[in-house]
Design a protein around this ligand. Structure first.
Ligand SMILES: *[C@@H]1O[C@H](CO)[C@@H](O)[C@H](O)[C@H]1NC(C)=O
Length: 364
């Protein structure tokens, strides 16, 4: 038995070491998006779509980059990977990476838009690719396969949707830009932009469920769970969370919040040990960290909510953990989110991290 425990401990340690630290992708999102779209525009295809950023794909990329393994995971998303020893100029790194991917893609397509052989490497230029999301991580080591390992690289992973079908022979049709835009899109900057997709930068969990059914993604989730512990709250934690929030709200005669399994699923979906991913754009999100001994495990979340309450209405103070408001329209602190007038429901998730528990609550 102890042997098994030891093995598990060694495996967990290996995973923890593989984890590295992720870089807030938000700072590079614009550079990634504009460089991708400028290469797509250069094709002069008749119906090339404008890529939109998808936070769901970005967080899936984050889960995969956790492994610090330079290998393709599955055939479900399109995927591009890059690594470099650059640590400081990450905007430069991002541009270099996208240029390299573009050069590789261009090398396999002829002026008629057809592939010489396998189209696989040209996913980022395929006219029907609609969305993508990326993750940047500073890995302690990166496993390149065949026993090759490099130290302390910056690792970039981008995922694309929908995946290029396997039998694809053509990446685009040369023609007047936007002359064959799909029906649900309009021409913006010589590319066909889906307004519906671009409005919905954070797609709901339902939309991603079909991704999650995929085996490789499940493996990646399992990996994250192994690294971090399960994300769902216990019934007792749930009870304490709800009653702490409502005790605070009752003090100022605010309507009581109902517990929402839907928002909890959302919270479970976005929660990470080392990053603060917000919930849906129309919701408020609070992040927190719990440091617990076994004895007061359930109540730790309860105490944290009261600490949030003590933040009052001063939204200028430096907070150790963050908060978000719908569409980032306001400044916030944890308490102002809890006290928001236009919310009726809450849902939370808590994730066991190495020496603390991460908490994410979403209000809507
Ligand atoms: C993109 O999708 C449309 C509609 O399904 C299809 O007609 C077109 O051939 C696709 N583009 C390429 C290059 O395969």
């Amino acid at each position: 038995m102890w042997m098994i425990k030891l093995l598990v401990a060694v495996q967990l340690l290996a995973l923890a070491l593989a984890g590295g630290s992720s870089i807030a992708i938000g700072h590079y999102q614009h550079a990634l998006l504009s460089s991708h779209n400028s290469y797509r525009k250069k094709l002069s295809g008749d119906g090339v779509r404008s890529l939109v950023w998808d936070d769901g794909l970005s967080s899936a990329a984050g889960t995969w980059s956790l492994t610090c393994d330079y290998k393709e995971y599955d055939k479900y998303f399109g995927q591009n990977m890059y690594y470099d020893s650059e640590k400081d100029d990450l905007k430069g790194l991002v541009k270099t990476a996208v240029k390299k991917w573009n050069d590789e893609a261009e090398a396999i397509i002829n002026p008629k838009g057809s592939c010489k052989g396998d189209c696989d490497k040209a996913q980022m230029l395929w006219d029907n690719t609609t969305s993508f999301g990326c993750s940047i991580r500073q890995c302690p080591t990166l496993n390149l396969g065949n026993g090759k390992v490099i130290n302390e690289p910056t690792f970039l992973v981008c995922l694309y949707w929908p995946r290029l079908p396997e039998d694809t022979k053509k990446i685009y049709e040369p023609g007047k830009p936007c002359s064959k835009c799909p029906e649900d899109t309009k021409c913006v900057n010589d590319l066909c932009l889906s307004e519906e997709l671009s409005k919905r930068l954070r797609t709901p969990p339902e939309y991603h469920r079909r991704f999650l059914r995929n085996k490789a993604t499940l493996d990646a989730r399992r990996l994250r769970r192994q690294l971090a512990g399960a994300g769902s709250m216990t019934d007792t934690e749930e009870y304490y969370m709800k009653s702490a929030h409502n005790t605070l709200r009752r003090r100022t005669n605010k309507q009581e919040l109902k517990w929402s399994p839907y928002l909890s699923r959302w919270a479970n979906y976005v929660i990470r040990c080392d990053e603060e991913y917000p919930g849906p754009r129309s919701a408020y999100t609070n992040f927190g960290k719990l440091f617990t001994s076994d004895r007061d495990k359930d109540q730790a979340a309860y105490h944290l909510v009261f600490q949030w309450g003590n933040e009052g209405y001063d939204v200028t103070r430096e907070l150790e953990t963050g908060c978000r408001t719908p569409n980032d329209r306001d400044t916030c602190n944890h308490n102002t989110n809890i006290m928001a007038d236009d919310i009726e429901n809450l849902g939370c998730a808590a994730l066991d991290c190495l020496n603390f528990k991460q908490l994410t609550c979403i209000y809507k």
